[in-house]
Design a protein around this ligand. Structure first.
Ligand SMILES: [Cu+2]
Length: 179
């Protein structure tokens, strides 16, 4: 009778161990499927963030009224989302800048918007209302970084961008090439 009880106990233990083993393997399975989900999610996240967003960084040439050489042109695809960053690396307190993207590459349009920007004044951050303006950054103080996100024109071509801070628009220009 005693030995029978022991046997029962052992078989119960064996059952418990088997059950534990089963749980453990279930746990492993759950872990690996979680890992697969996480991997799939991170793939999707990187696909989203890498999908057709152009990152553009523009800088002035020190304390001069000009974009630096690497900032006088950039290329994006038609209809592409563009994250444009202006890093105002100037240290002079009079060197405020912005970037105003125009739907044109004509001098007279750039001049019209530039002059209207001065008239728009500080209250409008020197950005006028004009149908030729596709996008504009906020005004960047020296040492400040500003950003604007916009959609590139659907029409391939060359588009002008200018700084509309007082007295800058004729000197501080560049071209966005849309392919
Ligand atoms: Cu400027």
């Amino acid at each position: 009778m005693k030995s029978y009880r022991f046997l029962c106990l052992f078989s119960l233990l064996a059952l418990l161990l088997a059950a534990c083993g089963g749980d453990a393997s279930d746990g492993d399975y759950a872990d690996s499927s979680d890992g697969a989900d996480a991997a799939a999610e991170s793939d999707m996240a990187s696909a989203d963030s890498g999908m057709d967003v152009a990152e553009v960084v523009l800088r002035p040439a020190g304390d001069t009224i000009a974009f630096d050489e690497a900032s006088t042109s950039f290329t994006v695809q038609a209809g592409q989302t563009v994250n444009l960053t202006l890093e105002n690396v100037a240290t002079s307190e009079v060197m405020l800048h912005n970037v105003v993207i125009l739907l044109s590459n004509e001098d007279d349009v750039a001049n019209r918007v530039g002059m209207a920007g001065i008239a728009a004044g500080e209250a409008n951050a020197f950005v006028p209302e004009d149908e030729a303006i596709l996008a504009a950054t906020p005004l960047a103080q020296p040492g400040e970084t500003v950003q604007v996100t916009f959609e590139a024109p659907a029409e391939p071509g060359t588009y002008r961008y200018i700084c509309t801070y007082i007295g800058h628009h004729t000197l501080m220009q560049g071209t966005m090439i849309v392919t």
